[in-house]
Write a protein that binds this ligand. Structure first.
Ligand SMILES: [Zn+2]
Length: 134
């Protein structure tokens, strides 16, 4: 698929930081950064539905950042765990809708594990995240 110029692979220094490689993508208005394998897959003629769903997750973040103002969004996202979880649940909901279109399962346990981890600054407990995703 053809990607617009604001969608890019992570810059090289990001790849040097090992633990960050677990994250598939990031929306930092007006850009979306993706892990190399996902970026290349999306550029191929038949991208994996998982990559498409991840891109849609990030596109939803970008839309919300634009609507609320990127600075306001970033500050609230960093400092309010409740806001962070609210925004992530919206993005994961979008991701699940896309996966469903391709008859793919949305792995709630993995998402709940991620939401309750360092990746989202321990914003929520695993059980609470799992409940909200159901
Ligand atoms: Zn997200």
């Amino acid at each position: 698929m053809k990607l617009p110029p604001n969608i890019k692979p992570y810059p090289f220094f990001w790849k040097k930081i090992k633990f960050l490689n677990r994250i598939g993508g990031d929306a930092i208005y007006p850009f979306i950064f993706l892990r190399n394998d996902i970026f290349n897959d999306l550029k191929s003629s038949s991208p994996n539905p998982l990559s498409i769903a991840l891109l849609e997750h990030e596109l939803l973040h970008l839309k919300r950042q634009k609507e609320q103002g990127p600075l306001v969004f970033s500050l609230k996202y960093i400092f309010s765990s409740r806001y962070r979880i609210k925004e992530e649940l919206l993005a994961y909901k979008r991701q699940a809708e896309i996966l469903k279109k391709y008859n793919k399962e949305f792995d709630k346990k993995v998402i709940a594990k991620n939401l309750s981890s360092w990746m989202y600054l321990w914003a929520i407990s695993y059980n609470e995240a799992l409940k909200l995703l159901s």
